[in-house]
Design a binder for this molecule. Structure first.
Ligand code: ADP
Length: 516
């Protein structure tokens, strides 16, 4: 392990940071700023008046109505507030304006330090077609496919003749797993192209699409990058992100169980080459697809902090937000590649206010009771508290649960234990779904790829109709009545009783009483 050259604000150019975000990531950035002696400014919408980031920051400013485009996406308003508050830097978090080169440029023009890469690098990696072209020039392997946009069916057929089916038609401006169409049959080509273009237009305001070969049953493995303004670029190893639902990550871990030392070396070097190709500075992530033969292909670069950054922090000991701030302040990296090591194993579960047993329907509303797990090797990055009303306007992710263990097995067992301890009532959550992933044999053996969730869907969500009401209502009861710990353990854990239709009689409790 190594120590940082300077952890305090002494000598840092950045003295006061406006966090242009909300939710868990705003809270997370505020935490590091406070440790560094940097003042923080929160911004909030109508729906977020009582949000935790507003309470944690040194100052908070209202920026507009609840819909994001009228508040968290209103760059001009945010810059105006930053200047008014005397902040000299802006941290964009992830999502919202974090990959908006225009916003980064406007911050610079207003004299504010944007804690992220320069706008040019963002543009180079912003649309997927340009990013692919840049990577090909840099000698980084990309998924076979087109280098230009495709807008007519003849162009699609030509590329299919060349690379064969199946293919994916993708939105160049895409993100969040949206705007992708898988095509397995020639007969689907015409309609798939039309649908991909119209989806791209409605989701991203741009109908530009391109084609990639569909890589069968791949792994999504990404590399964390840090680069300073003096030409030093390092990677902080990989994150395995193949547990996905609808192309969106649900569980991530590091190291990847699929990784070999040789592959890590090659992918790490490719990730550094990718970042250097755009003179990248700050924290960034190079995403790759890796096929069953361990061939890897560049997928895209995210020019911001990732949701799953804490697992990298846990195994390397590096506070990535602190490094972002130091780099944006013009300081050199305080460590070199050979000083960064992977220590143990970390897993992240994304906890969302959704009902996995009802097609993942968002479940906003009042949090009646929450008790977060704790203990050795557990970190929770969340933002909801008892009595908080989860707004409908934003992403349903409410917290990230991170476990660490000396071995993968220990990290998985610890995650299982932490998920068991985690209780949230009032809203539906994905906690039970996540527990089932941890209990799954293939997951436990580390043998999975991006098809894991669809392949195990029935096991992951099946049979819950009987279990769910009792399980959740018991948590409500536990919140309102002083159950003995033994009673609670039996009620929460012993699912065998839940299949008995009269299991409520076990406790002499009338179910109707519990609708408090
Ligand atoms: P987004 O930017 O919307 O997140 P990505 O290009 O990063 O989209 O892809 C998200 C996920 O979709 C990947 O992790 C992978 O599971 C799947 N995917 C994307 N491209 C391909 C491909 N060419 N072959 C197979 N799966 C793919």
């Amino acid at each position: 392990m190594f120590t940082f050259a300077a952890d305090s604000n002494l000598g840092l150019m950045i003295k006061k940071v406006l966090i242009a975000n909300r939710g868990e990531i705003a809270v997370r950035v505020i935490r590091t700023c406070r440790e560094m002696g940097i003042l923080t400014v929160a911004v909030y919408s109508d729906a977020d008046r009582k949000a935790l980031h507003v309470r944690y920051a040194d100052e908070a400013y209202y920026i507009g109505p609840s819909p994001s485009r009228e508040s968290y996406l209103n760059g001009d308003r945010i810059i105006e507030v930053a200047l008014r508050s005397g902040a000299n830097a802006v941290h964009p978090g992830y999502g919202f304006l974090s990959e908006n080169a225009d916003f980064a440029r406007k911050c610079a023009e207003a004299g504010l330090i944007f804690i992220g890469p320069d706008p040019w690098a963002m543009t180079q990696m912003g649309d997927k077609i340009t990013a692919r072209q840049t990577m090909i020039k840099a000698g980084v392997p990309v998924v076979p496919g087109t280098q230009q946009k495709v807008d007519d069916i003849q162009a699609v057929r030509r590329i299919v003749d060349e690379i064969g089916l199946p293919i994916i038609i993708k939105a160049s401006a895409g993100g969040g797993g949206k705007g992708m169409r898988l095509v397995r049959q020639q007969s689907e080509l015409v309609s798939a192209l039309k649908m991909a273009q119209s989806e791209a237009l409605s989701s991203f305001g741009d109908d530009t699409v391109y084609i990639e070969k569909y890589v069968e049953a791949p792994h999504h493995i990404e590399f964390q990058i840090l680069a300073d303004k003096f030409g030093n670029t390092v990677h902080l190893f990989e994150r395995e992100c193949s547990i996905q639902r609808r192309h969106q990550k649900v569980v991530e871990e590091t190291p990847s169980p699929f990784m070999t030392p040789e592959l890590r070396e090659k992918m790490g070097q490719a990730a550094i080459a990718a970042a250097k190709a755009v003179n990248y500075t700050g924290a960034g992530t190079i995403e790759f697809l890796v096929d069953a033969e361990r061939n890897f292909y560049f997928l895209e670069m995210n020019t911001r902090l990732q949701v799953e950054h804490p697992i990298t922090e846990r195994v390397t000991g590096v506070d990535l937000v602190k490094e972002q701030i130091r780099i944006a302040s013009g300081m050199p990296l305080s460590f070199s590649q050979n000083q960064i090591h992977q220590h143990g194993h970390a897993i992240e579960c994304r906890v969302s206010a959704e009902d996995p047993f009802n097609n993942f329907m968002p479940s906003p509303g009042l949090v009646r009771h929450i008790s977060e797990p704790n203990g050795l090797g557990i970190r929770t990055d969340g933002y909801v508290y008892e009595g908080y009303e989860i707004p409908i306007h934003y992403d349903p992710m409410i917290s990230k649960l991170i476990s660490w263990g000396r071995t993968r097995e220990e990290a998985v067992d610890r995650m299982k234990r932490a998920l068991f301890e985690y209780k949230i009532t009032g809203v539906k959550t994905s906690l039970r779904f996540l527990s089932r992933i941890m209990e799954n044999k293939d997951f436990r053996n580390g043998v999975y790829n991006t098809h894991f969730v669809p392949d195990h869907f029935d096991e992951l969500i099946g049979g819950e109709a009987t279990e769910k009401p009792i399980y959740e209502d018991m948590a409500v009861i536990a919140a309102y009545f002083d159950f003995t710990s033994k009673m609670e353990r039996v009620a929460m854990n012993d699912f065998s009783i839940q299949h008995k239709p009269d299991s409520w009689k076990v406790y002499g409790i009338n179910r109707n009483l519990m609708r408090i």
